[in-house]
Design a protein. Structure first.
Length: 249
């Protein structure tokens, strides 16, 4: 080799030559025995190897075991998805997995609805809406933490959106309207999890997602109107308004 072979860097030219030699192989994925034979064959074809160096052989075996050699031309593979290649949704899911590991939340941004609705839904998913329970947790002194709508239960986001009688009635009517056996959800993240597993066309899923966003948005609007508007929204117009917004967005 011409250099000090006790140094690892001295083996680099040999490693490079090895990799170059095996890159020309075009056979179906080969067995462990076949890989070993391949390594030995390539090693034997290289000049000035001298005695077998076990450490180098192990290194080269490791490297070749990581290589799947097949027929055809070389091509790029999107490592997040070997089957369909690059996709934005897989990338988003990957970012969600690593950036938001504790929350298990999807950064689902729906282009059909206004920006403020997406932000509202994102805050709902993070449980950051200023419900009475959340305000109390942040140390604000408020007269009551009971639900604005029913006054029976602590006002959490999941109670307001899925358990309060107003929400239960609205979701029931939504189910009838879309003629789909939606499960009973207890939190927005349950809805997202179900939605992501729901096998339907992208178009149908997008429409249902808009309806879901419209429903929770209207429940929140209705709740706020009871507190801050005079006169407040009428409950009887809620469902029609959900349908109207779902079409218009
Ligand atoms: Zn309630």
């Amino acid at each position: 080799m011409g250099g000090n072979m006790k140094r690892i860097s001295s083996w680099d030219p040999l490693k490079l030559r090895f990799v170059k030699n095996i890159s020309g192989w075009k056979v179906n994925p080969i067995s462990i025995g076949g890989r070993l034979t391949l390594v030995k064959a390539v090693m034997g074809s290289l000049p000035n190897i001298g005695a077998t160096n076990e450490a180098l052989l192990r290194y080269l075996c490791e490297k070749i075991n990581q290589v799947a050699i097949g027929e055809g031309s070389d091509y790029y593979v999107w490592s997040l998805s070997n089957d369909v290649g690059y996709s934005v949704s897989r990338t988003r899911a990957h970012i969600d997995d690593y950036v938001l590991p504790s929350a298990h939340l999807s950064t689902m941004w729906c282009l059909q609805v206004p920006r403020k609705i997406n932000i509202f839904v994102w805050r709902l998913a993070l449980d950051r809406l200023p419900t009475r329970l959340n305000l109390s947790r942040r140390g604000l002194e408020i007269k009551s933490i009971s639900c604005v709508l029913c006054n029976h239960v602590m006002e959490s986001a999941h109670h307001l959106m899925f358990e309060c009688e107003v929400a239960v009635e609205l979701w029931r009517r939504v189910r009838l309207w879309i003629d789909l056996l939606l499960p009973r959800f207890t939190e927005w993240t349950d809805w997202i999890a179900w939605f992501e597993d729901w096998r339907e066309s992208e178009d149908t899923k997008a429409r249902l997602y808009v309806i879901g966003e419209s429903t929770v948005w209207h429940i929140w609007r209705f709740r706020n109107s009871q507190l801050f508007e005079q006169p407040p929204m009428k409950r009887c117009i809620l469902f029609d308004s959900i349908r109207l917004f779902s079409f218009n967005w």
